[in-house]
Design a protein around this ligand. Structure first.
Ligand code: NAP
Length: 214
């Protein structure tokens, strides 16, 4: 059976995966870019740039696990666009004509629309389904490849709550946001079902890996 994986999901010390006040100009609300500075510095992040650069250390080693083996991403409506994107028939995500997914990408929304084929192998499909139903539908499309749960916090939390995530990498960054959408709410005792290992890097980020106990 394919694995369900979370990668590079960044949270503040107080557990927020995004800030408050998400809008077109502020995709992460009042958090700005602060949750992802560790990632933006890596070579992985700059792999598509003409002048590729970035660090090659431990942050990059974690970041680079994002794509290998992945056959599809599942994301929430809150990651796909700012509040109200469902009212804009031309909205195709934040990422321009060639989004960085390069696989079928399933957007969970209570207001689904027809699929959108983008450049570079990304096709957005829109689903109104439970996490379990969603995984079954995705597996029908992609077969045995692994599935990445791309966020935001609500969708990662929902898949965790149903015990559907096999592996998760969370990057805890040394900032306190105070408000936003929290990853951990309602997820009591994840340590009972996951082996959790921390690694702290020179950027001040603590990478936590959650590996499901067998
Ligand atoms: N920290 C990180 O690494 C990271 C990663 C990715 C994204 N983000 C950020 O996280 C924020 C979005 O997170 P979020 O928690 O607000 O939202 P989200 O998890 O992206 O999406 C939640 C929304 O998706 C729809 N949805 C979820 N489950 C559904 C289901 N089973 N069936 C149908 N629709 C379903 C609902 O929207 P509707 O009811 O409107 O349809 C729900 O309100 C953004 O700011 C994004 O930039 C952060």
């Amino acid at each position: 059976m394919s694995q369900v994986r979370v990668h590079n999901f960044s949270i503040s010390l107080d557990g927020f995966g995004t800030g408050e006040g998400q809008a077109l100009e502020t995709p992460f609300g009042h958090a700005g870019e602060r949750l992802h500075e560790w990632l933006i510095g890596t070579q992985f992040f700059h792999a598509g740039d003409q002048l590729a650069g970035g660090t090659l250390g431990a942050d990059n080693a974690f970041a680079a696990q994002h794509n290998p083996g992945i056959g599809a991403e599942i994301m929430g409506a809150g990651k796909f666009g700012p509040p109200g994107w469902q009212d804009d028939p031309d909205w195709k995500g934040w990422w321009g004509p060639n989004p960085p997914y390069h696989t079928p990408t399933f957007v969970l929304t209570h207001r689904p629309r027809p699929s959108i084929e983008m450049e570079g192998g990304t096709t957005f499909h829109f689903l109104d389904a439970t996490p379990t139903e969603t995984l079954a539908q995705v597996r029908e499309v992609i077969g045995d490849a692994d599935i990445r749960i791309g966020g935001g916090a609500t969708v990662v939390r929902d898949f965790l709550a149903e015990g559907l995530v096999d592996y998760m990498h969370v990057a805890v960054v040394p900032i306190v946001l105070g408000r936003g959408v929290r990853l951990w709410d309602g997820l009591e005792s994840l340590e009972d079902t996951y082996n959790i290992e921390p690694v702290t890097t020179s950027s001040g980020t603590t990478h936590l890996t959650f590996t499901k106990k067998r």
